[in-house]
Design a protein around this ligand. Structure first.
Ligand SMILES: Nc1ncnc2c1ncn2[C@@H]1O[C@H](COP(=O)(O)OP(=O)(O)OP(=O)(O)O)[C@@H](O)[C@H]1O
Ligand code: SF4
Ligand SMILES: [Mg+2]
Length: 348
């Protein structure tokens, strides 16, 4: 990490959504444990990949960091300042420094506004007047993201999906942010276009020194983009490490399973692995399994896994900064196929 104080420091971050029920008086009958005690940091200009299956809490995490959601517990610090419960006024000075890019470039752009209006929107809202005027700045931004500045007066429907996501990137850059949370920015795009947009984001990250939290379903997408990668399962980080340590030496069974699903072509430098097919579905975050949340789908779960939640620690054999939450971490050898065919316990 480049500086001693990380740009973003998250500890014990938790979001439990109340479930309302009952008649005639509606009351809280349970909670969706969407995010449950996350600890991670992002340094200036660093890119952290956040990966996991649908419903594991990635978007909720992104919205907690950007303070679009109020955390149930835990702490979010930005540049050493506690912003966990900061109100609108307190957040105002940093609102421009933390931006979000969304998954769906169609839904996140106003169809009735021109590109010029969309990209200059954040400048207007925040009363930012760049030297040379807003229009000049918008044209510069369009150029940075690979769009024709002459298309300033066009509307979103005149662009392709990939181009619309570029407009979203230009808008996110308008206020010169220090941190961008990109929530599955390429999953709605054609596979052929995905790499172009990832390359653009990488260029932005490297050339403008912007830190990223890059959210994705699978490990292939974040591989070349993120210096560090965190793997989430049911609201928890199960493994976090520098990119090469995570891809080269995955210690958590779930990371191993996710990696084995990455097509061979993208795991060039890592040893070939047997394909691990996870059995069963992800359990409900309303009533997650006791102990280790992955145990209902883990081929090596024991009684201990059902009773003791494994802490996220540097297990033996991990390099510093490589943390794994598992009582029986994986070793370098491939997982024997026989161990994978075990029927899982029914999901709770
Ligand atoms: N506003 C809300 N109220 C209640 N439950 C919610 C709310 N937002 C999210 N959840 C639940 O919290 C859990 C985590 O959701 P989240 O959207 O963060 O997952 P995700 O990892 O982003 O999934 P995906 O990959 O499908 O986008 C899910 O079970 C979801 O249904
Ligand atoms: S703690 Fe147990 S159930 Fe959880 S991943 Fe490790 S071996 Fe599997
Ligand atoms: Mg999501």
């Amino acid at each position: 990490m480049s500086s001693t104080t990380p740009l973003l420091d998250v500890s014990g971050l938790t979001k439990h959504f109340p479930i309302k029920g009952g008649f005639p008086i509606r009351r809280t009958v349970g909670h969706v444990q969407a995010v449950d005690g996350l600890d991670f940091q992002v340094g200036e200009g660093e890119s952290l990949g956040l990966v996991g299956e649908s419903g594991c809490g990635k978007s909720t995490t992104g919205r907690l960091i950007t303070r679009l959601l109020e955390p149930t517990a835990g702490k979010v610090s930005y540049q050493g300042k506690d912003i966990t419960h900061a109100n609108r006024k307190q957040l105002a000075p940093i609102r421009s420094e933390i931006q979000m890019i969304f998954q769906d470039p169609y839904a996140s752009l106003n169809p009735r506004q021109t590109v010029g209006k969309i990209v200059s929107g954040p400048m207007e809202i925040n009363n930012v007047n760049p030297a040379g005027g807003r229009e000049k700045r918008v044209r510069e931004l369009l150029e940075i993201v690979g769009l024709n500045p002459e298309h300033y007066n066009r509307f979103p429907h005149e662009f392709s999906g990939g181009q619309r996501q570029r407009i979203g990137v230009a808008r996110a850059l308008a206020l010169e942010p220090k941190l961008i949370v990109a929530d599955e920015p390429v999953s709605a795009l054609d596979v052929s276009i995905q790499a172009q947009v990832v390359n653009l984001l990488q260029k932005v990250q490297q050339e403008l020194g912007i830190a990223f939290v890059f959210i994705a379903h699978d490990l292939a997408v974040v591989r070349h983009f993120s210096q560090r990668v965190a793997v989430m399962y049911l609201g928890k980080i199960v493994e976090i490490a520098d990119r090469d340590d995570l891809y080269g030496n995955p210690r958590h069974p779930y990371t191993r399973a996710l990696l084995s699903a990455v097509p061979e072509a993208t795991v060039d430098e890592t040893p070939a692995r047997d394909r691990i097919r996870l059995q069963g579905d992800v359990p409900s975050p309303i009533n997650p399994p006791s102990g280790c949340r992955f145990r209902t789908r883990c081929w090596k779960a024991t009684e201990k896994c059902a009773t003791e939640a494994p802490p996220l620690v540097q297990v033996e054999g991990n390099k510093p900064g490589h943390l794994t939450a598992c009582h029986y971490p994986e070793t370098a050898e491939a997982v024997p196929a026989a161990r994978l065919s075990k029927d899982p316990e029914p999901a709770i």
